[in-house]
Write a protein that binds this ligand. Structure first.
Ligand code: FAD
Length: 297
């Protein structure tokens, strides 16, 4: 198996709790950190020949990895693919760059449009996959081109209109490809004003969100006509816990973790869903993506 990863940074039996912001998850059989789209394509081709399943992750800020871990190969795009290039009003960013770094580069260049993204702790690739958004902005507003690699190893390039962005979803999800590079179109602005807006939004985040405790952000999607956090709070669930997984006392939309059990976390998610359904009649759908298996078979 080692030949498949020749010259590449790779870890065997990698504890996924080290690679997710929730700090949960058992071992991935193999965890690779490719440095380019070509390396990702090569990994897919080799894994395909070996009949090995492949899972792609970014910063792991929207993931619940189960206790049994992930079989096969996990590709972490974040570490070695972080280049950011500017050309006029456009930023072309490798998928592993953090959104906050792209927002900082935009501010530095006097480009406005990414202020909303400054505090979202994910990669540009994961954020395009999720169509991440906050404070009235989302990735769909700025993304003009997305390059990637299909599971067969072929390259793909989609324009804005082909990206099919929706609430926390995009064509990346439907087509199942790995994002390698994203081009964003921004508008000229005043660097000091852009920075001030970013600081203001980050201060609002710090005031409202439990940023000092492991979480994956908002656990649930916004149900139509409601706010998940308000519903959970109204149902008396602030502070409700299963083991060391808890509904945050600071922000009821965040289910936080101070323990080491994905099973507890998932039980908490299910209990909140059940109680909100019983008491408020609303179905909460998870925004966080679940990966892996409950036990290592
Ligand atoms: C404190 C906190 C605050 C947050 N605030 C917000 C917020 O305001 N708004 C918001 O939308 N989200 C928020 N999030 C959630 C999260 O940061 C975003 O969803 C982010 O875009 C996920 O990026 P990631 O790189 O961490 O993706 P991951 O969590 O690693 O992966 C998420 C999904 O994307 C896929 N993926 C990742 N990289 C790629 C790639 N290169 N190609 C193809 N698929 C890929 C994965 O397979 C997975 O299905 C928050 C999270 C935390 C912890």
């Amino acid at each position: 198996m080692r030949e498949m990863f020749e010259g590449m940074e790779v870890i065997r039996d990698a504890e996924m709790r080290r690679y997710t912001t929730l700090r949960l998850g058992g071992p991935a059989d193999w965890l690779a950190f490719p440095g380019s789209g070509q390396e990702i394509a090569a990994l897919f081709r080799e894994a395909g020949k070996a009949g090995m399943p492949v899972t792609v992750i970014g910063h792991g800020s929207n993931l619940l990895v189960l206790d049994g871990g992930i079989r096969g190969l996990v590709i972490r795009v974040e570490k070695n693919m972080r280049e950011i290039r500017r050309s006029g009003n456009r930023l072309t960013v490798q998928a592993g760059a953090m959104l906050g770094s792209a927002a900082a580069a935009a501010a530095e260049a006097g480009l406005s449009g990414l202020e909303f993204a400054a505090g979202i702790p994910g990669t540009v690739g994961g954020s395009v996959f999720m169509n991440a958004g906050a404070y009235g902005g989302e990735m769909a507003d700025v993304t003009v081109q997305v390059r990637g690699v299909l599971p067969g190893g072929e390259e793909i390039c989609l324009g804005r209109e082909e990206m099919d962005f929706g609430y926390r979803t995009s064509a990346v999800r439907r087509l199942g490809f790995t994002v390698t590079e994203v081009t964003m179109e921004l508008a000229e602005g005043d660097p000091a004003g852009i920075r001030a807006r970013m600081e203001e939004l980050n201060a609002r985040r710090a005031e409202k969100q439990p940023l000092d405790v492991p979480s994956a952000g908002s656990t649930f999607k916004r149900p139509e006509g409601y706010f998940a956090a308000a519903l959970i709070d109204q149902c008396g669930l602030k502070g409700y816990s299963v083991g060391k997984a808890q509904v945050s006392l600071k922000h009821a939309g965040f289910l936080v973790n101070t323990g080491d059990s994905s099973r507890d976390y998932l039980e908490l998610v299910q209990a909140v869903q059940r109680i909100v359904k019983e008491r408020a009649g609303v179905e909460l759908e998870m925004e966080i993506r679940i990966l892996g298996e409950e036990t290592r078979g």
